[in-house]
Design a protein around this ligand. Structure first.
Ligand code: 5GP
Ligand code: ZN
Length: 114
C-alpha cells in the first residue's frame, strides 16, 4: 500500500522506535503514548483492520497476539496487567487503517474504556 503510514514504517521510510520483531510482525512505540508502556504491534503485510487479520493466513493473528504478549513481558507490565486493544473501524476510534494492536500498561487502566 503506497499511501499507508504503517507500511512506510515497515519499509523504514518513516522512522519508528522498534522494540520487537518476528517474521511477520513488528512492534514499535506509539508516537503519542497513552500509558507509560504503549507499543503498537502490526503485521508487516498490509491488512486494514482486525477483521481482515482474522481472515488472513493461518497463524498470522496468533503471531500478532504472541508478539503483543512478548512486548508486555519486555516492557515489564505482564505481571501487573496490561491491555491489548484493536480499534476496528472509525466508530471504534481507528485512525490508521493498517491493523495494529495497542499494548498498554504501566498504569491503572480503567473500565469501561472511553
Ligand atoms: P488507532 O487510533 O488507529 O487505533 O491508533 C493509531 C495509533 O497510531 C495512535 O495511537 C497514534 O498515536 C499512532 N501513530 C500515528 N502516527 C504515528 C507515527 O507516525 N508513528 C508512531 N510510532 N505512531 C503513530
Ligand atoms: Zn499498510
Amino acid at each position: 500500500m503506497n499511501d499507508c503510514l504503517f507500511c512506510k514504517i515497515v519499509a523504514k521510510e518513516i522512522p519508528a522506535e522498534i522494540v520487537y520483531e518476528t517474521g511477520r510482525a513488528l512492534a514499535f512505540r506509539d508516537i503519542n503514548p497513552q500509558a507509560p508502556a504503549h507499543v503498537l504491534v502490526i503485521t508487516k503485510g498490509h491488512y486494514s483492520d482486525a477483521a481482515a487479520l482474522a481472515d488472513a493466513d493461518d497463524g498470522l493473528a496468533d503471531e500478532v497476539l504472541k508478539a503483543a504478549h512478548a512486548v508486555a513481558v519486555m516492557e515489564g507490565v505482564a505481571e501487573e496487567g496490561y491491555r491489548v486493544v484493536f480499534n476496528t473501524g472509525p466508530g471504534a476510534g481507528q485512525t490508521v487503517f493498517h491493523v495494529h494492536a495497542h499494548v498498554l500498561g504501566g498504569r491503572a487502566l480503567t473500565w469501561p474504556p472511553g
